[in-house]
Ligand binder design. Structure first.
Ligand code: G3P
Length: 217
């Protein structure tokens, strides 16, 4: 499973990138707001060191305007994936931009039928939002499973990019279900390294080591 980092915080992306954990980046208008940066500038800075796809989201609502915004965002770097919402206009935009050979990430997906339409419109990535479905007592992971089944049934090439990943269990379950990509905030990716038994075991090793009176260096 590929790891995308869901942030526009350049420092946080760099830290994970140095560890080889970054296969791509996803941003959205809320994350751009959080960064306090200009969308073009910050996206260019990210694309300068991240080799994989970097999603930059359009904000227009009509296809014609979305297409123009998408083309402008795609000029930032060759690894830009234009992110469009899963609306009818977003699907039209997806069809046009993917036909021009650009990567398109169709976002705000909350149903298998939406994912089916995105695949037919030529999406490179479909972004089902797990956490936001869980928030309203629906099953986000069941959606990942359904999309996996449908895409495999018909050999769609659109990659499932599990989004709104909030917990380490979401991350593990996405991997078990065969999501192609997961995008998660840096804190979630980092907390995948944590385990209470690792901490406990290390504490005991440190105590025992101190009693040996030895040094390695
Ligand atoms: O990738 C989409 C993501 O940014 C949404 O996450 O936690 O706001 O639902 P969240």
């Amino acid at each position: 499973m590929k790891f995308f980092v869901d942030t526009a915080d350049v420092q946080a992306i760099r830290e994970l990138h140095d560890l080889g954990m970054v296969d791509g980046v996803t941003t959205n208008p809320s994350l751009i707001l959080k960064s306090g940066r200009d969308i073009i500038e910050v996206t260019r800075e990210i694309c300068a060191f991240v080799e994989g796809p970097v999603s930059a989201e359009v904000v227009a609502l009509k296809a014609e305007d979305m297409i123009a915004e998408g083309r402008k965002l795609a000029e930032i770097a060759p690894n830009i994936a234009v992110k469009v919402p899963l609306t009818w206009d977003g699907l039209k935009t997806c069809k046009v931009l993917s036909g021009e050979g650009r990567m398109v990430n169709v976002t705000l997906c909350f149903s298998a039928n939406q994912a089916l339409l995105a695949a037919k419109a030529g999406a490179t990535f479909i972004s089902p939002f797990i956490g936001r479905l869980d928030d309203i007592n629906l099953d986000g992971l069941e959606l990942i499973q359904d999309i996996r089944t449908i895409y495999d049934n018909y050999d769609f090439k659109t990659q499932i990019l599990a989004a709104s990943v909030r917990t380490v269990n979401h991350a593990k379950d996405c991997a078990l279900l065969g999501a192609d990509v997961m995008t998660a905030p840096p804190a979630v990716i980092k907390s995948m390294a944590n385990h209470i038994l690792t901490d406990k075991g290390l504490e005991q090793f440190m105590k025992d080591w101190a009693q040996t009176g030895q040094k390695i260096l």
